[in-house]
Design a protein around this ligand. Structure first.
Ligand code: SF4
Length: 454
């Protein structure tokens, strides 16, 4: 009787060398058919992991699935089983497409039907086996599964759901699962997906409806909004019920997220952030991801090949997004119709502070917490530390330094109990120049991509 593939070996250089080792057989006993199967799966992995790299919405923050029945894996919401790159991308999930066949022809997408590329599709069982084998060997901590749309939305969604279902019910898998919900899929399938996946996401694709019409005329924004609304209601209901009934089955406990392609059309950062803000407020999105368009086509509706969106634009959008969610900023404070693009030289918080110099300097020993959080160089946890520590002593430069505050930026906006702080009547442009010449941006020279499997 044929034995299942038993091991996948990850080489030190980070590339996967895939060896099918049959239980009970020595390596030299491999037969031709094993190699054929191995080669076929390797080839599919190459194609479908590469196609998945354009999707950036795979951070697993917020997932919590406790392993109670000696099952496989454990997902926690504190990030213990995920690794994040500096720019917020998660690299520890097996990130693949079920298939890169697609009936649609979205101009910005590498899987569009008119693109002349190699196509491949996994079977449901192949994805299940890969996930389990990779997980057992500690190469991954979960699965991020997306797909091109073949036949129709429900046909594709059914297969995605089946993979998650098999992992949970047949393999007792408790690792993190992020499924892409296919726009236009039926509520029944979305409901089932929510029961097995930690997070579901539906990509909004373009920041505006006009952008979507221009580049993906076959697609309908309503097909994305309707399932998002459905998920919002179900997630909300789950959150309410779990408080009353402990045994309520989990429904997408890590919430839903979405992704926008930035820079494929002319939308400004103002439009991008308005759209993101709308989804946070109206759809209770856990995250909105921004994916800088990588020119892959000579289509004249798109930016030319060789002119990718600068990585720094993505970073600035993520920083602004962070300020909206955790620092109580609103979009109008960060960006305006008169200046609809974020400053690429400096982060949005510093940019805001320079436009509002009249409220500074703030006395760090007296200022209210919400204002302290708005000081460049001071994050939420540092602000809380300041408020807690100043109950016991007047804070000076040394205390602030020990708390990890970025004084190269903060020093221009605060006063404290220290003679070293000499506030001068600087102009915004001067402060910007001082900071740019003295400090190093933490985003400088960082560009991380999905780690290649091969
Ligand atoms: S539907 Fe999705 S996979 Fe298909 S072409 Fe459009 S963006 Fe690409």
């Amino acid at each position: 009787m044929r034995q299942p593939i038993d091991a996948y070996v990850l080489s030190k250089c980070g590339y996967v060398s895939l060896f099918a080792v049959r239980s009970g057989y020595r390596f030299r006993n491999f037969v031709r058919e094993d190699f054929t199967m191995w080669e076929r799966i390797t080839e599919k992995l190459k194609i479908l992991s590469d196609a998945a790299k354009y999707d950036v919405s795979c951070a697993s923050s917020g997932g919590k699935r406790k392993n109670e029945n000696k099952g496989l894996g454990n997902s926690a919401n504190s990030g213990i089983c995920h690794a994040y790159t500096e720019d917020g991308r998660c690299v520890s999930l097996l990130k693949i497409l079920l298939t890169n066949f697609c009936i649609f022809d979205c101009a910005y997408c590498v899987s569009r039907k008119s693109n002349d590329i190699k196509r491949a599709a996994f079977t449901v069982q192949e994805v299940v086996d890969l996930t389990i084998n990779f997980y057992r060997r500690n190469y991954i901590e979960g699965l991020f599964l997306s797909s091109g749309i073949f036949t129709n939305a429900d046909y594709t969604m059914e297969r995605l759901v089946l993979i998650a279902k098999k992992l949970r019910t047949e393999h007792n898998f408790h690792g993190y699962i992020h499924l892409k919900a296919i726009p236009g899929a039926s509520p029944e399938l979305l409901r089932e997906a929510g029961l097995y996946a930690d997070r579901l996401s539906i990509n909004i694709e373009m920041p505006t409806e006009q952008g979507l019409k221009l580049l993906a005329p076959d697609k309908n924004r309503e097909d994305m909004i309707r399932p998002m609304n459905y998920l919002k209601t179900e997630i909300q209901q789950y959150k309410e019920e779990i408080v009353k009934f402990k045994k309520t089955p989990a429904f997408a406990p890590a919430g839903q997220s979405t992704q926008m392609v930035v820079g494929a059309t002319q939308e400004t950062d103002l439009q991008v952030l308005y759209t993101a803000n709308h989804f946070y407020k109206k759809m209770q999105m856990k995250r909105v991801y921004y994916s800088g368009y990588v020119p892959i086509s000579t289509d004249n509706r798109l930016p030319a090949i060789g002119t990718p969106v600068p990585m720094i634009r993505e970073n600035r959008l993520y920083q602004a997004d962070w300020l909206l969610r955790f620092y109580s900023f609103n979009v109008n404070e960060l960006i305006s119709p008169e200046q609809p693009l974020l400053d690429l030289d400096i982060d949005p918080k510093l940019s805001w502070a320079l436009r509002n110099l009249s409220i500074f300097p703030l006395d760090i020993n007296k200022a209210e917490l919400p204002l302290i959080k708005r000081i460049p160089g001071i994050g939420v946890s540092s602000a809380l530390k300041i408020v807690a520590a100043r109950k016991f002593r007047k804070l000076n430069w040394e205390h602030l330094k020990k708390m990890g505050i970025a004084l190269n930026r903060a020093r221009y906006f605060i006063t404290c109990n220290s003679p070293d702080f000499e506030i001068k009547d600087y102009q915004p442009q001067q402060i910007k120049q001082f900071i740019l010449t003295k400090g190093n941006s933490k985003y400088e020279n960082t560009f991380s991509q999905q780690i290649p499997l091969f």
